[in-house]
Design a protein around this ligand. Structure first.
Ligand code: SF4
Length: 355
């Protein structure tokens, strides 16, 4: 079976023509898929039944994700879902909403998608990294996470405004499916999200960064650095392997040169591990003069024994970077009480299911 949510618009044109229908039917089909988000083929009333039947006979389907569990933060701004796919795969996906600015009536609604089940990168502070790697998600499984939230938001008269590839998995380790999903989600004839509204985050797959720079896409890139030197970084990201901090900074420079888009360095601040002002000075030294932007992420308190630094330590770290001429922000915390670590909800649910 082939999921219609993996078919790019140009491929859809060829498909309907191959099935003996005029090209404009592809337009109707795409509009139905991305504006109405049907859950099954029989819900596709916007195309003639002869085309629907031909699609079914040719093996096309609409894959469905099922919501197994939903948890909403106390302020209602963050929603975390556990979704199950047809092959019983369980993944997490998150919606974060931010109050609308004065000139906008809708909140910023950012979906954080997963690209893999588990993750091969094994970051020691991450629940997903500790569960090991199970499988790459297919493009349609990535798209369906966004469509699931799009359906929920549509009922409230709202829509998805931003997308971050920061959920379970390393997006650049599932490159082809991730890029296909980006193309489907940004194509004006498909989901139509602005390319600049998308951020792809990597823990440092350098070949993937260089490939991404060569795509004709205006997406933003975030590199999870977490340490200013190789010794500390390898303790936190054991698979950093042959890629040094310097290699990553060089890759970011190449990305900027090629795309004109500045790279953000993500830095998870972990109490007593990488949060001293001495480490901050070293980080300022390696990033100075790069026009780099650092996003500090105080560690989520529930992740495997690691602790979040006190607020004053976070601010002191930030100040050292600023004094060193490095642009730096601290990530706004959303739904801390429900988010746990990335992958935590899935781990908790599997433990409950297994008793
Ligand atoms: S932090 Fe990201 S890259 Fe590292 S193990 Fe977790 S999901 Fe994978």
């Amino acid at each position: 079976m082939i999921d219609l949510y993996r078919i790019l618009p140009e491929e859809m044109d060829d498909l309907v023509i191959e099935l003996g229908h005029p090209r404009y039917r592809a337009e109707q089909l795409l509009r139905a898929l991305y504006h109405e988000s049907p859950r099954k083929m029989s819900d596709l009333h916007q195309i003639p039944s002869s085309l629907r039947d031909a699609l079914v006979t040719a093996g096309y389907t609409i894959g469905s994700e099922n919501e197994v569990y939903r948890v909403v933060s106390e302020d209602g701004h963050t929603t975390k879902l556990l979704l199950k796919f047809d092959d019983q795969t369980l993944i997490e996906t998150v919606l974060m909403q931010y109050s609308p600015s004065q000139d906008k009536s809708h909140p910023r609604s950012t979906v954080c998608v997963s690209t893999q089940v588990g993750c091969p990168m094994g970051c020691v502070f991450c629940a997903t990294g500790q569960m090991g790697f199970e499988k790459n998600l297919k493009a349609e499984e990535i798209v369906s996470q966004v469509l699931h939230f799009a359906r929920i938001l549509r009922q409230r008269g709202e829509h998805v405004t931003n997308l971050v590839f920061m959920g379970m998995g390393e997006p650049l380790a599932n490159y082809d499916e991730m890029i296909r999903a980006v193309r489907l989600l940004t194509h004006p004839r498909a989901f139509g999200l602005g390319q600049r509204s998308i951020t792809i985050s990597t823990v440092g797959v350098i070949s993937g960064i260089d490939r991404l720079a060569d795509e004709d896409l205006q997406v933003k890139l975030a590199i999870s650095l977490h340490a200013p030197n190789d010794e500390l970084r390898k303790k936190l990201v054991p698979t950093a392997g042959p890629h040094s901090v310097e290699d990553l900074i060089m890759a970011a420079k190449r990305y900027f040169k090629k795309t004109g888009r500045r790279v953000t360095f993500e830095y998870a601040l972990i109490d007593g591990i990488n949060d001293s002002t001495k480490v901050a000075s070293e980080l300022a030294h390696v990033l100075r003069g790069n026009g780099a932007h650092v996003n500090l992420i105080p560690m989520n308190p529930t992740a495997g024994g690691f602790q979040r630094p006190a607020r004053k330590k976070v601010l002191a770290f930030q100040q050292v970077l600023r004094n060193g001429d490095v642009n730096c922000t601290v990530r706004v915390e959303k739904g801390v009480e429900i988010s746990a670590a990335c992958g935590q909800l899935r781990t908790d649910m599997i433990e409950k299911i297994n008793g």
